[in-house]
Design a protein around this ligand. Structure first.
Ligand SMILES: [Zn+2]
Length: 271
């Protein structure tokens, strides 16, 4: 059985934060979803997706039942999850970022105190992508974490700012925050129309996010997110590289594969 190939951030690893960006390698799905697809929406078998999620969470040291996801709608809502929330119910809530904090009474702190490094984390948040930008954030002050899904609409709607604010409010600032930006569609592949150029520059007024050296403009979403994080005072931002559309071996891409594209997962756990 192939092990899931999981991409990691050095910054988050150095802080001892359990996390990972999935790839399509190491799962059981077939056809267009081969092999580690994490979403049933595009038409994959539910049993295959469940096995893929089980493998991925095991690979990053998180309990399958402690992983929270939402219904993503390219908006700016942030769901702060508690250990008492039902993951199956949260999955139906509309939000494009999730945050979680260590709880003095919740199962996550019990696990941390009684466990040791081999005990799986009980509380993790994740977002699904296939070209959009996945961002994982950790705050050293509170131990809070966030997972953010940001396509161009998310960049424009302010989802990055909204999620960082949830962490910064409790930490009374953003100085303790580090962020890792995962694989997404690169400026090599993200051709956009003039209306999207206008919307992006309206939110991130920096011409360096638009490449105009080809017939049609291309956007650098990763750079746009990096600029947003910098403006919010996030102290360190790391790129976990990869263009989802260029690299069909490792990644799903909606723009390349269309409606039957699989989905990648980026997840981060409260320790
Ligand atoms: Zn590319």
């Amino acid at each position: 059985m192939a092990e899931p190939l999981v991409l990691k951030s050095e910054l988050l690893t150095a802080r001892g934060v359990r996390h990972g960006f999935s790839t399509r390698i190491g799962g059981v799905s077939e056809g267009p979803f081969a092999t580690l697809n994490v979403a049933v929406g595009p038409g994959d078998r539910a049993e295959a997706v469940e096995e893929n999620l089980r493998r991925f969470t095991a690979a990053i040291g998180v309990e399958r039942g402690g992983l929270y996801q939402t219904s993503q709608v390219h908006g700016a809502d942030v769901r702060v999850v508690e250990p008492s929330d039902d993951p199956a119910a949260v999955l139906h809530e509309r939000a494009d970022a999730l945050a979680a904090f260590p709880s003095s009474r919740g199962p996550s702190s019990r696990g941390a105190s009684s466990g040791g490094p081999s005990t799986a984390a009980h509380l993790a948040v994740g977002v699904r992508t296939a070209d959009c930008v996945p961002i994982l954030v950790h705050d050293q002050v509170t131990g809070g974490v966030a997972a953010i899904h940001a396509g161009w609409r998310g960049v424009v709607s302010g989802v990055v700012s909204a999620a960082v604010a949830q962490l910064a409010i409790r930490a009374r600032g953003s100085k303790g925050l580090v962020a890792a930006i995962g694989p997404c569609i690169g400026p090599c592949c993200f051709e956009i129309g003039d209306e999207v150029v206008g919307a992006l520059l309206g939110s991130v007024p920096d011409e360096s996010i638009i490449l105009r050296d080809r017939e049609r403009p291309h956007a650098d979403l990763r750079r746009a997110v990096r600029l947003q994080l910098g403006a919010l005072g996030v102290s360190e931002v790391e790129d976990v590289p990869g263009c989802t559309r260029c690299d069909a071996e490792r990644f799903y891409s909606h723009r390349r594969d269309g409606a039957r594209s699989g989905r990648l997962l980026a997840a981060i756990a409260v320790s």
